[in-house]
Design a binder for this molecule. Structure first.
Ligand SMILES: [Zn+2]
Ligand SMILES: [Zn+2]
Length: 143
């Protein structure tokens, strides 16, 4: 089985040839900043199982140990690079993110208090058809 994914604009696309390993969500301040969200969701794959099928990520060396990859065109976070043999990919960059389910939380000391009550937060009804809005997001499959 293989899984594909990529950035929002479609300039960077990847394919993973094997079932990814352990997925996690990390609440650390560096993942919050890099994803500009409450956490980073990442899954570890073997470097040998990963092919960049279109483009390659730009990178930022976020610490002496870690390099983070992102699309230079649209900014989508894509990688967390920590080893020569293994690399972490952003779970929600996959075309089918539900195929990769995180099983552990890291750095919960940085998790905002409201995250513990997310399921109880009031829900707005679906917005329905958006009329004049035309999405420029790359579709969730290879093109
Ligand atoms: Zn992009
Ligand atoms: Zn982190």
């Amino acid at each position: 089985m293989s899984l594909s994914g990529g950035c929002q604009c479609g300039a960077v696309r990847f394919r993973v040839e094997r079932d990814p390993g352990r997925a996690s969500i990390c609440h650390c301040r560096m993942c919050q900043k890099a994803f500009a969200g409450p956490f980073g969701a990442l899954v570890t794959v073997k470097v040998g199982d990963l092919t960049w099928t279109r483009g390659t990520p730009a990178t930022f060396q976020s610490s002496d140990a870690i390099r983070r990859g992102f699309c230079a065109g649209c900014g989508t976070p894509l990688t967390f690079e920590w080893s020569a043999e293994q690399i972490d990919l952003a779970v929600f960059a996959f075309d089918d993110p539900s195929a990769v389910q995180p099983g552990v939380q890291l750095a919960v000391e940085s998790r905002p208090d409201w995250m513990a009550h997310l399921a109880e937060m009031p829900v707005r009804p679906p917005m329905g058809p958006t009329g004049a809005v035309v999405s420029r997001q790359h579709p969730d499959h290879d093109t």
